[in-house]
Design a protein around this ligand. Structure first.
Ligand code: HEC
Length: 117
């Protein structure tokens, strides 16, 4: 007899926990980070590199490499970070316009482009 209320309480708590889990938004890990980076890339980079990284006519005129190519993909994350932040020939100076976190997301995005090729 004494255990019944406890059991009911436990059930009520379980039901509440289940409700919380259902109501919480889906965990936003890698997927939303990818979305953010994709938007950033489209806004800041696609003018020269194209949305898929292959390079626009303007990018090619400036000698922007295909970001999906081995020449770019063989670079370390660190080198990509520096390339985006500073650029080799001053085409990029995003280090002052983007946060470190944003540049890191872009490095991640450049890796993703190669996988979609
Ligand atoms: C004004 C045109 C232009 C824009 C905008 C631009 N790039 Fe570039 N990008 C270039 C050119 C030109 C090169 C090749 C010369 C160089 O490395 O400076 C290049 C090279 C690169 C490289 C390869 C570097 C290497 O060492 O081979 C990466 C990675 C890159 N860009 C990423 C980005 C990202 C990410 C953005 C957006 C934040 C961006 N670019 C925006 C023109 C552009």
């Amino acid at each position: 007899m004494k255990q019944k209320p406890i059991k009911q309480l436990a059930l009520a708590i379980l039901a509440m926990l289940a409700l919380i889990v259902i109501l919480l938004p889906a965990p936003s890990g890698a997927v939303s980070m990818g979305d953010e980076a994709a938007k950033l890339f489209q806004a800041k980079c696609s003018k020269c590199h194209g949305v898929d990284g292959s390079g626009t006519a303007m990018g090619k005129k400036l000698k922007a490499p295909d970001l999906r190519s081995d020449a770019v993909q063989k670079l370390s994350d660190d080198e990509l970070f520096q390339a985006i932040a500073k650029g080799k020939k001053a085409f990029h100076k995003f280090g002052t316009k983007l946060s470190e976190e944003q540049i890191r997301q872009l490095v991640h995005h450049v890796r993703q482009l190669a996988k979609k090729k």
